[in-house]
Write a protein that binds this ligand. Structure first.
Ligand code: HPA
Length: 245
């Protein structure tokens, strides 16, 4: 089993997955968010993990990212496609749109963000210039082109702490910083995958415009509505990517 999908808000399970098994694991870092689900998508085997648990109950800052990534490595996974709901900041990132980001700025804090913390023989600094694996991003982009699915093929993902959404001023600042998308779970997940030498790419599904872009409040109802459309496309994209691999 080499491919894993981590599903975020709006993707707690993949209905199209033919489930073949389930496994709860313990790791040196504690318990992952949920049991790992083994299944087949169009005849290809993969592992699925619900990032927020199933049912969806773990807020972004409480997710045990280290246990999730360690557990996947323990299972023999070599590549991870992470799906995440985000807010859109720049013009192309309209609600229900999909993006395959290529950069990250991390604004989160207080999270267990590294495997290289204790009992070290030497200090390790991973290179993180390009946080997402280009080859895996290219496969997602090729699958989107094959499907004629409109996706943004780059973008900078801002990871905020949550669980609250941002203020209008914070979104302005993120825009000034060069961010296109804002979510709460992209980090430390991406860095932990890199620390364990796992290929990792992200499918961001835009749930709403970032705070203050419209002059109305952001509602859970609009988020849910846009995620229904966006996640449907994300699943199509996942299926085509798996089929091509
Ligand atoms: N901000 C941060 N995370 C999000 C948002 C947002 O506006 N929408 C969905 N996840």
């Amino acid at each position: 089993m080499t491919l894993a999908i981590i599903g975020g808000t709006g993707l707690t399970q993949i209905d199209q997955l033919t489930i073949t098994g389930e496994q709860s694991l313990d790791t040196p870092y504690g318990a992952p968010s949920a049991p790992f689900v083994f299944g087949e998508l169009d005849g290809k085997q993969l592992v699925f993990l619900a990032r927020h648990g199933n049912p969806h109950r773990i807020p972004p800052h409480k997710i045990n990212y280290r246990a999730n990534i360690w557990g996947l490595k323990q299972l023999g996974v070599t590549e991870i496609i992470a799906v995440a709901a985000v807010g859109g900041i720049t013009e192309a990132m309209a609600p229900a749109q999909i993006a395959i980001p290529d950069q990250i700025i991390d604004y989160s804090y207080g999270r267990e963000h590294t495997f290289f913390a204790d009992d070290l023989e030497h200090v390790t600094h991973i290179d993180f210039s390009f946080p997402y694996t280009q080859n895996l991003r290219n496969r997602l982009i090729a699958a989107a082109q094959h499907l004629n699915l409109s996706v943004s093929t780059s973008g900078t993902y801002a990871c905020t702490q949550g669980p609250r959404l941002e203020t209008a001023a914070e979104i302005k600042r993120l825009k000034n910083d060069g961010c296109d998308l804002v979510g709460m779970t992209g980090m430390p997940e991406a860095a932990l995958a890199k620390e364990l030498d796992l290929a990792y790419a992200n499918i961001s599904v835009v749930a709403n415009w970032g705070a203050g872009i419209l002059d109305t409040e952001i509602t859970m109802a609009e988020i849910e509505q846009n995620l229904i459309v966006g996640m449907d496309n994300a699943i199509k994209l996942l299926k085509q990517t798996v089929l091509n691999s």
